[in-house]
Design a protein around this ligand. Sequence first.
Ligand code: NAD
Length: 368
Amino acid sequence: MQIGVPRETAPRERRVALAPDSVGRLVKTGVRVVVEHDAGAAASFPDSAYAAAGATVASTLAETLAESDVVTKVQRPSPAEALAFKTGAILVSLFQPAASAEVMPALVDRAVTVLSLERVPRITRAQSMDVLSSQSTVAGYKAVLIGASMMPKFLPMLTTAAGNIAPAKAFILGAGVAGLQAIATARRLGAIVSAFDVRPAVREQVQSLGATFVAADAIASDAEDKRGYAREQTAEQQKRTAALLQDHLKQVDLVVTTAQIPGRPAPTLITEAMVAEMRPGTVIVDLAAETGGNCALTKPGEIVDANGVLIFGAIDIPSTVPTHASQMFGRNVLTLLQHLMKDGSVTVNLNDEIAGPMCVVYQGQART
Ligand code: NAD
């Protein structure tokens, strides 16, 4: 069996789907891994590291894919890339089926089966295969560092000969995987941290990280669905939450927002009026920018200055920590492949509780 790892071609994408450590583990199980020249270069993994792990380094995409039974990528392939796949190959990547119309004819042509990494079910057994979780960890960490570097203040308390500096106040909105990592990172940097989430289970997790839970009255017992995700708040609940958060936002220096509702636009938690009341110098890093943003003024990829309040619409953040983001992504892919491997080859069983929900295209046919 052969696994191909192409170089990513999407703009700003610096990750690679398998880091050398995961390649080494696959090679030890007898799998042949072919990595395209420079596939790991932007993540600081040179071709020599892949060769040392036992991979073959191919000089072109065509060579990488011609004999690969499984192709693993971070981002969905372009139509031209998909046409280089071997007939009947299995693609493992982020795929976002709703936005994949352009590549579908090529996948049909090559009878490709697609396992979409966003669809890893949120069950305990699949936690180690969940790229959304691993990449959210990276995003939560980096968001705080970005915010800290944009702030006109220190985060920690300092006692110096030039006087004492009070610690900054960081507020994390949405305390799922990214939010909890943001809390931990802001705490390590010495900030006083508070957080809010609509799901009741989160309160204890926030407190166990040494942060204060604010607006506890806005938590609804039915805020969480069966899969552990948040439900959209009603208009009434949204109004109530905004009223509770408004005063708190006036007192903070750094806000990291991470609130998401699967399949829906991100909830607007910070309105323009709320920003107008915030102190100049406050920084908002909006990790929900790609799905509409948690702040009404967010512009994806841009910094908006609203009377001295800076709002950064953060996009592609995991790609800015490419070494560890790739290492974690690769471990997720490796665990998934190990789960799918039977007698030395990868098979997709549509009745499998992990592969079934992930399989969005089966032998060239789109599944719903
Ligand atoms: P997410 O990215 O969908 O959302 C981020 C956070 O935003 C969530 O905590 C959500 O409750 C919160 N949110 C949504 N609307 C909000 C609002 N109006 N106000 C404030 N906060 C709001 O979620 P996520 O971080 O990927 O994960 C959510 C949960 O799923 C976590 O508890 C996590 O532990 C769990 N999880 C389980 C598995 C598994 O078992 N395999 C894998 C990943 C995550």
